[in-house]
Ligand binder design. Structure first.
Ligand code: ZN
Length: 321
């Protein structure tokens, strides 16, 4: 995978490696000997941003982490990289000293579930899609010896699962965790806080960057677009939209991202229908008009890697975008 790295933060470099690791199968971290993931970041590198009263986003842990706090306790959405878990625990205490009661994971990639085990040991209930309990965290598609550390380990698997939707009634609000089919992966969950009017999309949304579509784990461009459309339909100009990666966002930026997904998807589809192969499609640069905004040097996923994942999706026999 070609990834732009010239202006990356430590987090960005780590995620670039993870995005590479994601490529053939879900996400697995490598052993220390073979990994180029940066060492754990000190807590001072994590940043806490309050986006609503009682609702904060922590950045710098590998993925965006949402912290919902109130009289009934803390709820996290995603837990970042395992190497950042100690720093994340400390950062959460800056929001509230209360224990974390629930952790909702938006999907099973290593940069979103790395702190699960830590918070589970502290008493948190891990919530996620039912399929993340399959195979004991081991993907059977990965040859023996290739995987040192599965993303969703036995100890970090969700204990409260859904294949559809569930709600938490806490802190004077209602949180809906809703499965959306075949988007970034096959196990994505979108989290919405109703009264606060906040939605967390996990890796369905990469703000200001091209996304990675994990086709091998059941992701698809059509599912990504459908999930974004569904979110736009339930959002307004006040809605806070939290991406899996990138800055806290809003409905306007999410609509621009949707337009990019649809436009690039249309170009790749037309090229596939003409019988063009991936190399010819890359040469035609179907992302050209969007590269200034989404393919900047600090982006995690390079334009050609995004196009490759769209191609793998649309060139397969599954229904496309
Ligand atoms: Zn992901």
């Amino acid at each position: 995978m070609t990834t732009n790295r010239s202006d990356m933060t430590n987090c960005g470099r780590a995620l670039a490696v993870l995005a590479t690791l994601c490529a053939p199968v879900v996400a697995y971290s490598q052993s220390p000997a073979s990994s180029t993931v940066d060492p754990p970041e000190p807590a001072s590198d994590l940043r806490v941003q309050e986006v609503r009263p009682g609702l904060s986003v922590i950045t710098g842990a590998g993925s965006n982490v949402v912290v919902w706090s109130g009289a009934d306790g803390l709820v996290l959405v995603d837990t970042g990289l395992a190497t950042s878990s100690a720093a994340l625990v400390e950062a959460v205490t800056h929001v509230s000293a209360a224990p974390v009661k629930f952790v909702i994971i938006t999907h099973g990639h290593a940069d979103h579930v790395g702190g699960n085990e830590t918070f589970a040991h502290k008493g948190a209930v891990i919530i996620g899609h039912e399929s993340l309990r399959e195979h004991g965290g081991q993907d059977p598609a990965v040859p023996d010896g290739k995987v040192e550390t599965p993303a969703v380990t036995l100890a970090s698997r969700p204990v409260l699962t859904t294949m559809d939707a569930l709600a938490l009634h806490l802190n004077g609000d209602r949180l809906d965790a809703v499965h959306v089919a075949d988007a970034h992966t096959a196990a994505d969950i979108v989290v919405r806080l109703n009264h606060a009017d906040v939605v967390a999309l996990g890796d369905i949304y990469w703000n200001g960057q091209y996304p990675y579509i994990d086709v091998e784990s059941g992701g698809s461009l059509a599912g990504m677009v459908a999930a974004v459309e569904g979110t736009l339909a339930r959002s307004n100009e006040r809605t806070v939209v939290i991406p899996g990666h990138g800055a806290v966002s809003n409905r306007v930026e999410l609509a621009e991202y949707r337009d990019m997904l649809v436009a690039v998807g249309r170009k790749v589809r037309e090229a596939v229908e003409k019988g063009m192969g991936i190399e010819a499609i890359l040469e035609a640069k179907p992302t050209a008009e969007f590269d200034a905004k989404f393919g900047h040097p600090g982006a995690i996923v390079a334009p050609e890697e995004f196009v490759r994942s769209v191609y793998r999706d649309l060139a397969s026999n599954r229904p496309g975008c």
